[in-house]
Design a protein around this ligand. Sequence first.
Ligand code: HAM
Length: 426
Amino acid sequence: MSTLKAVRGTRDLLPPETELWNHIEATARRVFARYNFGEIRTPIFEDTSLFARGVGEETDIVSKEMYTWEDRARAQSEKSQSLTLRPENTAGVVRAYIEHKLGETGLLQKLFYIGPQFRRERPQKGRYRQFWQIGAEVIGPPSAGSESPLRDAEVIEMLATLLDELGIVGWKLEINSVGSSADRARYVAALREALAPVKDRMCEDNQRRAETNPLRVLDSKDAGDQEIIDGLPKIAEYLDAESTENFRQVLAALNACAVPYTVNPRLVRGLDYYTRTTFEFTHGGLGAQNALLGGGRYDGLSEVLGGPKAPGIGFAMGEDRLVLTLQAQAAEAKAALADAFVAPLGEGLNAEALKLARELRGAGLRVELGDGGFRLKKSFEMGNKLARKIVLLGEDELSSGMLTVKDFATGEQVKIARTNLTEALR
Ligand code: HAM
């Protein structure tokens, strides 16, 4: 009998890795609490039309990636219904907002969620068919300030804080504005016009997108099509005065709290509900699936789902990708050489060597400490295994304040004043 395995694109999470998952979730909960978010748990499956209407029929998610089935009626009183495993959670949250009349509180609803999502994508590193998202949405009536660009900046600033608190090093924020739905309609028309004479020269996927959903051409990674795509009109030229001013205010608020970003005019995102601000945080260590998280504003989604006017902004982080990034960082840190190996030349200098190591570590350097009992040859051998450079501390060095530093990679040996040592080792 053949043995059964987890279905393609799904996987088991086992200890000790689950500890890292719990750590990430606990950190997210802690940060969300500081920004006064509360948790929402929506069902894992919903009526198929929620995603068709909310996310958009023409999107890749709805047209190719959903797990959908016909749920047969069990009794005469029941109707059969098309159900879908949620491919994302924003549509579900907005459905719940409408269903429970949360807008009637007159306040902003700040809701976060943690849970599995399902998309039938081609599995690869960082891309699974069951994956986990940690997300949050800020949604409410315009009178509660839900349309303000300050909300966008606050959410993005929270994400920068969260990624820093998780210890993710080297994240990048890309941001764009896709304008109001009217701006977008004008832009899509312009794209269609610009694509018409050139699309025959593009790859098959892009030829199809040029017809069905021209915005999707912009985030195509097809190498041969990049020149054409670079020459297409830019969304910024189609924003009306209000959208332009809005985007300026989001960026100004990010500048004010020193959150670094790059404006990427091609960032349109794969879901139809976005208006105005869109953003992604990426990480170079993830390879092709480099988005740690994505989000944006969706001012019309509630109305599309039959609810009241309730502008909103939110994001979802790929928890699987946070785990991959943190694991890669930990492995790198383990394999990395220390900045310096401090070698006391004689046991009488051990205490001074500890003092020097403490100084360097205090400046943030990674330092290994030898022992004055080691012969010089042994110090060099050990230093070479553990660190990029060796710092020799003998009586002469101590009295003159000039330390001997050898770089193992280049073989170069120099004298450096103790006051300049930190900089020289960095
Ligand atoms: P999304 O860009 O489709 O946006 O997904 C958000 C994040 O989920 C991605 O950046 C990625 O980290 C992760 N993710 C997506 N698909 C997969 C997959 N197959 N395997 C692993 N990770 C994946 C949304 O879902 C929107 N609902 C975000 C949002 C909330 N916008 C406004 N509010």
